[in-house]
Design a protein around this ligand. Sequence first.
Ligand SMILES: C[S@@+](CC[C@H](N)C(=O)[O-])C[C@H]1O[C@@H](n2cnc3c(N)ncnc32)[C@H](O)[C@@H]1O
Length: 476
Amino acid sequence: MTDFAAKRMGNLIVNHDYSSEQKYDSLVNALVTSSCSTPLQRKQLENLLKECGFGQQPNTDVSADLAMLTWMNACYADLLAHAGDVLLGKVEANSLVNHRLVGPTSRMVGESTFYAPVFDELSKGFPIRYFVDIGAGVGNVTLRVLQGHPNARALAIDKNGDSLKRAMAEAVEYDIASRLSTKTMDAALLSEQPELITGADTVCTLFCCHDLLAKTGREKFVSWLAAIYGALRPKGRMIVAEAVHADAKSHWFSKVFTLIHRLQKIVLPREDEWVTMFEEAGFMVNMRDGVMPGSRVFTLLKPEMAKAPGEKTPTPLAFKRLEEEPQGRTTRQSQPQLPMVAERPLLTILPPQPITVPVLRAVEGHHAPVPFYFDDSLVPGAPVSIAVVDLGAIPPGGPAEPHRHKHTEYYLLPAYPERVEIEVTIDDHTFNLISPALLPIHAGARHCFRVRKAKPGQFIFGVFVNEQGGQSHEIQ
Ligand SMILES: C[S@@+](CC[C@H](N)C(=O)[O-])C[C@H]1O[C@@H](n2cnc3c(N)ncnc32)[C@H](O)[C@@H]1O
């Protein structure tokens, strides 16, 4: 930060009506805490702060306004101070932004404003199994989702690889790294790689869509949303926190947020413009405001019976406003307060839910749909699929014509009190398989079987394994 910017930040804090020592104490505490990437670092810093006399009071009094002020000054003081030159095109807006501090200070704003309603939305409905965070930053949301949903796995996407590294380091400390994947990429490219999202039940994106919209233009942005809509599971949802354009009645922060973006050639849509784009992509939209001044949390629902993108939501009731935004200053009492980062709570841990099985899949060569009891659609990302077929119900000719699979399949015959026999043909070899037995059928081998001896209630397991991960029962 330049001297000018530092002075400006000092002036703003002093001139603003926050003089209580406790607030400054908390502000410094929050600032330095946000510089830590791991709980261990935080612990050490906490001790140091304590030795220096900080943090003797509970950290619940960092006001939303102080966090917003800090965000503005830490990241955008230079941009605001050179607004005239930026407008004349003499200097490039991007070069005046302190990008390094955007993540940590956004987190401060999030902790005091929008995280609480986002977590509230995330805690509704079904337990999360596959969560995708677009513009995940340092993983503030993703890590808490993984902590709160022990059966969930998550993909954190951001264009900033350093932020994702921090997220992963923190996940290691929390012992949840095995359930986290990260991907450094421009999220705009997701419309070309929707498979990254395929099967997700919850997608979350916080204050990233306005960047994407400005970058891609409206038409491509709606197609991007439609690609996510297509990849989400039926009844899946997308939680979007976004800013709307300020007007004369808006809170100061909404005005400043709008101005900072206009200087960067990003025009924030109005509330109704956001809703229209979400609906054009096929979603049903619920919305709540009163979160961060000038922002909304949209919950976009994919109905069980998917609509075609572009098809309008049939009923105006689909758009639901959940709360009114308080005008003017945010009142501290009405602000949902989350504890500071150092005291991150776990979300309520939901009890594991049974999964309804089987899913019936048409498999090439097979005479009837095959019942799968474990696969990628039931357990997102599972590299193993298990089909279980009652041998007593198979017609004399066998369940399928000779066919091949892209991945190795294992025929598993468990031990039954009365033995089971099937005749297996693999390429040119035919032989008898007697229970208990496990027979590998290598990828690409032409195979089939017919039943020689089995009763109803005696099952064969077809176990498909994809060593590279991902879907495992694809046919070649
Ligand atoms: C306001 S931060 C939110 C971070 C995090 N979700 C949170 O709530 O703390 C927005 C994030 O979106 C990321 N982002 C912006 N545009 C992006 C793009 N085109 N592709 C990928 N990430 C992007 C930024 O790097 C940043 O980490």
